[in-house]
Design a protein around this ligand. Sequence first.
Ligand code: OAD
Length: 235
Amino acid sequence: MVRFKNIVILTGAGISAESGVKTFRDNDGLWENHHIEDVATPEAFARDPHLVHNFYNERRAQLRAVKPNPAHKALAKLQQELPGTVSIITQNVDDLHERGGGEDIIHIHGELTQIRCKACAAIHTWQGDCTQSTTCPKCDREAVLRPNIVWFGEMPFFMDTIIDRLASCDLFISVGTSGNVYPAAGFVANVQEMGRAHTIEVNLEPSEGSSQFAELRQGKAGELLPVLVDELLAS
Ligand code: OAD
């Protein structure tokens, strides 16, 4: 394998599947028994904030019952040991990359462990429940807090940083994502337009964008990533 110095890794729900977190599209179109549009749109929150808060409160509580798996740990090892830069961009809102030792994780779709105030824009680290009667710790107002999650129809976070990283990488790896949701689904095409990076997909099954990758490694992330990371570190 060529020696790569500037690696960008995009992860999706599949990397957390072996930790016991449900993916979005592997469950008959339901996400934890809900239709995505009932819990992951600004309209849903406006219509029924109680339901949406409860849903994310449950997801936040679920984090305490799950643990990082060998895939998260392998990527953290790559970050720590590669003589170069390894950027991890995740579509996941869980904190398993961080708890597996990953650093500076770019959460393009936000984080379950953060709450944002719609009134004063403060972002608070949050471990417990949040309801409409919880007050903002900064501005003290009620009914202004929302999950710091990017819902459908909203702008993803950190796009300027992401475009910079994609433009300068020499290896782009996509792990455990079905390639259905843009802009993340378009990153492989962005990489190819902007540079000459090698591209690898690691997924249980070929994704929507599979044919755009130079290399496909098909199987479980928890089994394939430790092997891939060892290959990269040995080169
Ligand atoms: P999906 O549920 O759409 O896709 C998960 C992918 O992971 C599928 O292609 C599976 O085949 C694959 N997979 C499952 N188990 C795996 C394993 N053990 N190892 C490797 N691959 C595995 O999830 P995402 O692509 O992440 O957005 O979904 C993208 C976005 O859609 C999410 O971030 C979320 C959702 O709506 C927002 O919430 C804004």
